[in-house]
Design a protein around this ligand. Sequence first.
Ligand SMILES: [Zn+2]
Length: 88
Amino acid sequence: MALFAINGLPVVIVDFLFRFGIAPGIFVGFAVYFITVEEIHWRIHLGEWLPPVLGAARAYHLAHHARSDARFNIFLPLWDLAFGTAGD
Ligand SMILES: [Zn+2]
């Protein structure tokens, strides 16, 4: 909830100031993203089925729990690569 509020506040402010009218669509996108991330996260931990394209995500994410100072991304290590936290 706090993460949603922290990310949503700038959207509300910018949308209000410039009257873009896109905040509702952005919030729907946020909600879909967070639900998707949590679904994939739990499927990784519970050993449930994942789409074949996410086959490497399970080992990648579980390595994060073995070494908590690296591999922060759950299924797309874009930011880990950008910030050098992908680990060994
Ligand atoms: Zn996890």
